[in-house]
Design a protein around this ligand. Structure first.
Ligand code: GAL
Length: 764
């Protein structure tokens, strides 16, 4: 039997590295400080920091005491993610290394363990942007941060153990379904031993199928046939089963492996994307896995929350894990809630030398072996995002992906038109929609250049997405997916001027509309979900790309409602007018045209006491969208007149279902402080986000309020990031992490203008 134990607490860390740390017999507590995982090598400010500050070699240590009874067993340590290169030593002996910050790796410690004694584990972590490791070597528009930023496990097992299990599902649309289980073993000695594998399929606790096989190789495939009454996994009904594989030798259990699986058929065709035989228009956003202050180092709950935000707050059906394999917890949650995933290998535009390219193949392998059992993943991205065509490399990445996983199609994100199609799906970043700005620049400046030159000829005001055949250069349609749009074409801060915020939102709506109108486009995944920290070469100069439909704290911009309002009204009624409601915020004054993102049938609008009328979704301009926005184009008075309150009432099937009010004279009334979760878990690090909003007397966020707040966290928790914060556009959030102990976390938020707020979180 194997024992698997998370070892995420009581690590020791120093941000620097000296050779002498490797062989030191003790952990010098003057140099090393105790930390917990996930850990970032440097806590960064929210913005305006040196983008080199985390690019350093640092050192982690941990004492491992492995009892004598385990002598003769195999002792593994499993790392889920270390940025970007790690060397692992036990008692001064080097036992392994790993290149690549996004794929897991396992080191066999057995040879150097002193059983029953303290062993010193040392991990040297190189978080510099090493040219031999993708995505590095060129520039990249995001930060990769540093440290042991995902969890670590200790695994004590027999000398024959399970390396990986891949469960493939077949005959999904038939009455009787079938699975094939690819089982790979590690046999350290006794290579010819006969092993028995027992596979059990469970629906919740109930066994619904089993099969057993004897074999002596280190790889075998086991089928389980005639599976009946299986519920399919889909976006509205993400039904999961559990498959357990046990291996036995002479009736003694050696190892076991449990994975969740879903029965679903996902297929891109030239006329769209099909899930279980049903066509679905894909609507999604790209996600970077980064957070303020701690970069990538966020534990399970925060990862899960991001998936929930994308699915439930934004109403998306797909996410692209730009530009690398993301946290297992994020993907697990996507499986649980029915959020489809396009996952891709690490990389950004640059392709390095032969060694670098070998690493690309390692990354394809690492990604697929880790994630092949997630039903949510429907496509592997096997190109370096936006790189040039490279026939030899991409023939290899595609062949490898197809060999490792014949059940999924491949994609590979490009910005190139007429690019060589080696993948199953032509995945393209289509930044053509520019609101007419390219045309303007081409006319007004001499050396206008963009990296996507062919777009110069296109009118990006009128053309919202290009015709697939024009992009592929082929005379027939092929499976086709738009994987980015907007982003740098129109960076927008949450508190930007109303017209800009509105245009930002409309661009997202227009592209989705165009995608919905073209049956040869499987869907469109916008750039991007959340603002993110970036290098000096990108972003707004403060090390932030304001490309999200939400800010870095996951607080929505108006553009978020272009998506959210597409939700089925039965799921949630949405009514979000794009306005800060004032006479003088927009150029020339007024609030017209007033865009209202809603899934209601129509709305009534009152200006003060005056009924301005009934307004309907604009089905002409947005014929493709499930729920076009309502656009109010009636004037609300002229400059110099008294300003009034506003009231919007939404109706579904003739019934009033929602209303929203705005005051002519907003007064700071309440500082709302709300935690996403009020019960956290003791033990390994747990976190929750706390959102702070300055509200007026009608409960609306005050978009330009920038007051300072002071946050105090006491009890069994710690604040992540600074104690002194200022509201950004009337709101901000922070994360609080547990210390590991059970008990309560007390959070106090003070400010000059508002009454002090206190909340409690319990850690159980
Ligand atoms: C793309 C790139 C993304 C991001 C985006 C900004 O070219 O793939 O990573 O930089 O532009 O719009």
């Amino acid at each position: 039997m194997s024992i698997v134990k998370g070892i995420n607490n009581h690590w020791y860390f120093t941000p620097d590295f000296k050779e002498s740390y490797i062989t030191a017999q003790e952990i010098d507590l003057n140099v090393f400080k105790e930390v917990r995982l996930p850990h970032t090598n440097v806590e960064l400010p929210y913005n305006y920091f040196d983008d080199k500050s985390f690019q350093r070699i640092s050192c982690y240590k941990k004492i491992l005491n492995i009892p004598k009874e385990y002598k003769g067993k195999t002792i593994y340590i499993d790392f889920e993610g270390v940025m970007a290169y790690a060397e692992v030593y036990l008692n001064g002996i080097k036992l392994g290394e790993h290149k690549g910050g996004y794929t897991p790796f396992t080191i066999d410690l057995s040879g150097a363990v002193k059983f029953g004694k303290d062993n010193i584990l040392t991990v040297v972590v190189d978080s510099t942007e090493r040219e031999d490791i993708p995505p590095f070597g060129g520039v990249i528009d995001y930060l990769t941060f540093g440290g042991i930023y995902r969890e670590v496990h200790l695994r004590i097992t027999e000398n024959i153990n399970i390396e990986n299990v891949f469960v493939k599902t077949f005959d999904i649309l038939q009455e009787e379904k079938r699975i094939e289980i690819d089982l790979s073993l590690i046999k350290k000695d006794n290579k010819n031993d006969v092993i028995q594998a027992i596979c059990v399929l469970r629906d919740k606790e109930k066994e619904i199928g089993n099969v057993s096989k004897e074999f002596s190789e280190d790889f075998t495939t086991i089928s389980m046939d005639h599976l009946q009454d299986i519920q399919l996994w889909d976006i509205n009904h993400p039904y999961l089963y559990e498959l357990e594989v046990k291996i036995l030798k002479n009736d003694k259990e050696f190892d076991s492996y449990t994975t969740r699986i879903g029965f679903r058929e996902a297929f891109f065709k030239s006329d769209g994307f099909y899930l279980n035989g049903k066509k679905i228009k894909l609507m999604g956003l790209n996600r970077h896995q980064s957070y303020p202050y701690v970069g990538y180092a966020m534990p399970k709950r925060a990862q899960q929350k991001d998936a929930d935000i994308l699915k439930y707050e934004l109403g998306l059906n797909i996410v692209r894990t730009s530009h690398y394999p993301q946290s297992r917890h994020f993907l697990d949650r996507c499986d649980e809630i029915g959020l489809l995933v396009f996952e891709e290998i690490p990389g950004w535009q640059h392709i390095g030398d032969a060694i670098w390219q070998e690493q690309v193949l390692e990354d394809v392998k690492g990604m697929i072996l880790r994630d092949c059992n997630h039903p949510s993943i429907i496509l592997w991205g096997v190109r370096i995002n936006e790189s040039q065509d490279n026939h030899d490399l991409y023939v290899k990445t595609n062949a490898l992906a197809r060999k490792l996983d014949p059940t999924r199609q491949t994609g590979g994100v490009r910005f190139l038109v007429h690019s060589e199609l080696l993948e199953d799906v032509y995945t393209i970043n289509d930044f053509v929609h520019d609101g007419g700005y390219r045309k303007y620049l081409a006319k007004n400046i001499k050396n206008f250049a963009t990296y996507d030159q062919p777009m110069k000829e296109i009118d990006g005001e009128k053309v919202i997405l290009r015709e697939p055949k024009m992009v592929t250069g082929l005379d027939h349609y092929v499976p086709y997916l738009v994987t980015e749009y907007n982003g740098h074409m129109y960076p927008t801060k949450r508190y930007d001027q109303e017209e800009r915020a509105m245009e930002h939102a409309l661009r997202h709506a227009r592209v989705q509309n165009a995608s919905h109108l073209n049956e040869h486009i499987s869907g469109a995944i916008g750039w991007c979900a959340f603002d993110y920290n970036t290098h000096a070469d990108f972003g707004s100069g403060d090390k932030i790309c304001y490309h999200g439909v939400m800010d870095m704290f996951r607080i929505p911009k108006f553009a978020a409602y272009a998506y959210k309002s597409q939700k089925d009204v039965k799921e949630e009624v949405v009514l979000e007018p794009v306005t800060y409601w004032s006479r003088g915020e927009r150029s020339i004054g007024g609030v017209i045209p007033l865009v209202i993102f809603t899934n209601c049938d129509y709305i009534d609008f009152y200006y003060g006491e005056e009924y301005k009328g009934r307004f309907y979704p604009d089905k002409e301009k947005f014929a493709g969208l499930p729920h076009p926005p309502v656009i109010v184009d009636e004037l609300t008075g002229y400059w110099g007149m008294k300003w009034e309150d506003a009231r919007f009432i939404g109706y579904v099937e003739e019934k009033e279902v929602i209303h929203k009010k705005y005051t002519r004279n907003p007064i700071p009334t309440e500082l709302e402080v709300a935690a996403d979760d009020t019960i956290l878990c003791a033990g390994d690090m747990d976190v929750t986000r706390v959102v702070v909003k300055a509200l007026d007397q009608y409960g609306n966020i005050m978009p330009f309020l920038t007051d300072g707040i002071y946050v105090e966290v006491t009890g069994n928790g710690e604040l992540i990031g600074p104690k002194y914060l200022s509201l950004i556009g009337g709101s901000i959030a922070f994360w609080v992490r547990t210390t590991g102990e059970k008990g309560n976390i007390h959070i106090k938020v003070c400010s000059e203008r508002f009454k002090e707020k206190q909340i409690e979180i319990s850690v159980e």
